[in-house]
Write a protein that binds this ligand. Structure first.
Ligand code: GLN
Ligand code: ZN
Length: 770
């Protein structure tokens, strides 16, 4: 092994890589568009890496290996695949003559090519970040096909900073992979562990040779209940770290386990020869004394500062956790629970937030300082006392600050009874809605948004800058709504939408119009690749001071005799895509949002709206990682949707929309939402979902999407007819709706019009058959 150096007393598990001003997003997209060359992209990437490293050193993370080498051009799981040679055969040869996957090959895996779909993308643990899913088969030719982590390390070192290279660890890498298309049935990627380990060993050797004294191998899959037997998982962990620690030349190894409790897997890691183990003691449980004792001489890296949310750390509480750990582990150092890639860079950048709110927050840079402070506490409690007292004072003042608790909101939630969560029997509602709406069989509708054209976006930008006054902006939006309504009339849709042109984002729009929220200016976080979102901050009790969507819906309804859908974002999705207060259970916050939406529905009804859609595309996103925690989540999330919608009259048709098709564990919950009509994604999975619906006996309206809006491709009439014909074989035709997979905001008008036309024609054709 290379020269020893103790694990840094203060470190971050990872840092945002998109850049303080989203420089990486801009550079990568410019590169894809052919506007800059690879050298310019590389220069921007280096600037971001070095800028971030220098910033962290300046903030106090100045020990060797304290700065995480977590930069990525696109995604950390893709990075692992790129280093390990896990390149699906379907892409043909993407390697250069030297056997290297260069940046173009890398982006081909991420974005696909003319002939090939990209790697599939899916949610990274319980976050809003999405990773690319490697495809592994018996034939995958594992070998070192990139040494970018080595080069990145060398570059920082040459500039005076010894970073800690990061790689997704072997067990997590294989558990997150899926079997490639050519693999035999039942093939498990984890069965290739023996073949992937030598590549890690080779890479560790190169890192050691470059001078790295610590490496971080990330194993978050160990905090999730996996579908394989515990013994098999244990054996894989044991074997993996037996091989890696036996490498002749290697840095010292930190294994990190963010996103929850390590539970059963702690034993296998404690018994291994790794030098340091990170545990998430913010979200996860504090391990028992016996478990800590089993670590022997390993350093315990305590993830006490939340990497996933933005609230200022309760330093006194963290100090207490550290005290408890200190007694049982050989050496304790301080870190974040997860990478800070899930939070923005720096609170100080925010110009529009009040100083009070800012004092409650910690973005990545503030978290670096918190970690440093807690490390100094471990070294000398007195040294950190002033900072701890200050944090305690701020947290105490937050509890009593205006708007954090609103008595009228509290009184209302306290008075809720079971009746507030239920509507009449579906049979009663169905009859009332049939009479009120008079829809044909297989009614046609869309999911809400129509293409957000550059004119719409530029009108909004000009309105914010003051170049368009509010009246002018409103008129432009009304013109757009009229166009969208006329188009749907012309195409022959049965239930219309207004197209959502006035919404910048389906959550932020509501956050801006409800009390208890604030929005940031620079608070971008990466959601996948070059895509970023800017979550709103939900800090106080939520109320609605005035109707939000009613005037738009009323105007849209005035343009047509057909029913116009009111369009709302559901409570769970509003929470899932915001940074949510951490001082009360999520279910309580969800119910406050639900009551605001409930009032909005009442006002929509009064304005003549007969159909209201409450979107919950994120219902599955917050599903806890451990199975034992899932029922409680499903209870409060379903309840909050029911609370939002149960005030509707029998004759008001409540729709909901979900953006995915793997229903599995949550089909009961979806049924429990008790929506009159549920639209779901189905086109990409060729209507597979109708089998689930059939076997579950789903009894209300359902619209499996027949137009995949994620691509510009126009589905032909025959194709849609076939999908609908499949659907009517499994779902009674009186329940079936015809609609696209999701909203149309990312599409262009040309393909949208052609596709929507085919949907109507196909619906007509299938109506003849039934
Ligand atoms: N109503 C929203 C839209 O049509 C739904 C978006 C979503 O499901 N993500 O855009
Ligand atoms: Zn959707």
């Amino acid at each position: 092994m290379t020269a020893q150096t103790p694990f840094p007393a203060a470190s971050l598990l990872g840092y945002p890589r998109i850049g303080r001003r989203r420089e990486l997003k801009k550079a990568v997209e410019a590169y894809w568009a052919g506007k800059i060359d690879a050298a310019a992209l590389d220069a921007t990437a280096k600037e971001i890496q070095l800028g971030s490293a220098r910033r962290l050193v300046e903030l106090g993370l100045d020990e060797p290996a304290a700065v995480p080498g977590t930069f990525s051009y696109y995604d950390q799981v893709l990075d692992a695949a790129a280093h390990l040679g896990a390149i699906p055969a379907r892409f043909g040869n993407l390697l250069t003559d030297e056997g290297v996957l260069d940046i173009d090959g890398y982006f081909t895996l991420a974005r696909g090519s003319r002939e090939q779909q990209p790697l599939e993308m899916t949610k990274w643990f319980d976050t809003n970040y999405h990773y690319l899913v490697p495809e592994i088969g018996p034939e995958t030719d594992f070998r070192l096909t990139s040494s970018r982590v080595v080069e990145e390390f060398q570059y920082a070192l040459a500039n005076g900073i010894e970073t800690r290279p990061y790689l997704v660890g072997p067990v997590t890498f294989l558990l997150l992979s899926k079997a490639s298309d050519d693999a035999p049935a039942g093939f498990q990627p984890l069965s290739r562990l023996e073949d992937v380990l030598p590549v890690y060993v080779e890479l560790l050797g190169k890192l050691a040779a470059a001078g790295a004294r610590w490496v971080q191998l990330d194993e978050p899959a160990l905090v999730v209940d996996q579908d394989i037997p515990a013994e098999q998982l244990d054996a894989a962990v044991t074997r993996a770290y037996e091989v890696l620690t036996a490498a002749v030349e290697r840095p010292q190894i930190l294994v990190s386990t963010p996103y929850g409790s390590l539970d059963g897997q702690l034993g296998a890691l404690a018994a291994s020869n790794i030098e340091a183990l990170h545990v998430d003691v913010f979200k996860g449980a504090v391990p028992s004394e016996a478990a800590l004792a089993a670590l022997g001489s390993k350093t315990l890296v305590a993830g006490v500062v939340d990497g996933h949310n933005i609230w200022r750390n309760d330093l006194a509480a963290s100090a207490a956790v550290l005290d408890a750990l200190k007694g049982s582990a050989a050496r304790v150092t301080v870190s974040t629970s997860t990478s800070t890639q899930h939070v923005p860079h720096d609170v100080a950048e925010e110009t529009k937030l009040s100083e009070q709110l800012k004092s409650w927050l910690a973005f990545a840079d503030q978290k670096a300082v918190e970690v440093k402070t807690l490390a100094s506490y471990l070294a000398d409690p007195a040294a950190a006392q002033a900072a701890i007292d200050e944090a305690s004072a701020v947290i105490a003042s937050r509890a009593t600050a205006e708007g954090v608790r609103r008595e009228e909101v509290r009184a209302r939630t306290a008075a809720l009874t079971a009746a507030d969560f239920s509507r009449s029997d579906y049979a009663v509602r169905e009859a009332a809605q049939e009479a009120a709406l008079q829809l044909p069989a297989l009614p046609t509708t869309t999911i809400g948004s129509f293409p957000q054209t550059s004119e719409i976006r530029s009108a909004r930008a000009r309105n914010i800058k003051g170049e368009l006054n509010d009246a002018q902006y409103e008129q432009l939006m009304k013109d757009e709504i009229k166009r969208v309504v006329d188009l749907q009339e012309e195409l022959g849709y049965d239930v219309l939408v207004h197209g959502e042109p006035e919404r910048n984002d389906m959550v932020q729009y509501f956050a801006e119009n409800l009390e208890g929220f604030d929005v940031t200016v620079h608070g971008w976080v990466q959601s996948y690749g070059s895509r970023c979102t800017r979550p709103s901050i939900l800090w106080g009790d939520v109320t609605r001071s005035a109707p939000i969507t009613v005037a738009w819906a009323e105007y849209a309804q005035s343009l047509t005799e057909k029913p116009m859908k009111g369009m709302l974002t559901g409570p769970v999705t509003i929470l899932a895509w915001s940074f949510v207060r951490d001082d009360q259970p999520l279910g309580e916050t969800a119910n406050q949002v639900a009551l605001a939406l409930r009032d909005e529905i009442t006002d929509l009804e009064a304005a003549g709206i007969k159909v209201v859609q409450v979107d919950e595309p994120a219902l599955r996103e917050l599903l806890p990682l451990r199975k034992a925690d899932q029922p409680a989540y499903l209870k409060w999330s379903v309840d909050s949707f029911r609370l939002a919608t149960a005030g509707a009259q029998d004759a008001t048709q409540i729709h909901t929309h979900l953006c995915y098709s793997e229903f599995g564990v949550i089909i009961d919950a979806i049924d429990g939402l008790d929506a009159d009509v549920t639209s779901i994604e189905a086109a990409r999975s060729r209507m597979e979902v109708v089998h689930d619906l059939e076997s579950h006996g789903f009894g209300r309206g359902v619209g499996p999407g027949v137009y995949d809006i994620h691509s510009p491709r126009v589905p032909g009439e025959a194709e849609v007819t076939e999908l609908l014909s499949t659907a009517v074989k499994h779902v009674p035709s009186r329940q079936l709706w015809v609609n696209p997979d999701c909203g149309l905001k990312t599409r262009g008008y040309e393909e949208t019009e052609a596709s929507l036309r085919n949907l109507v024609e196909a619906a007509k054709a299938v109506r003849e058959e039934i």
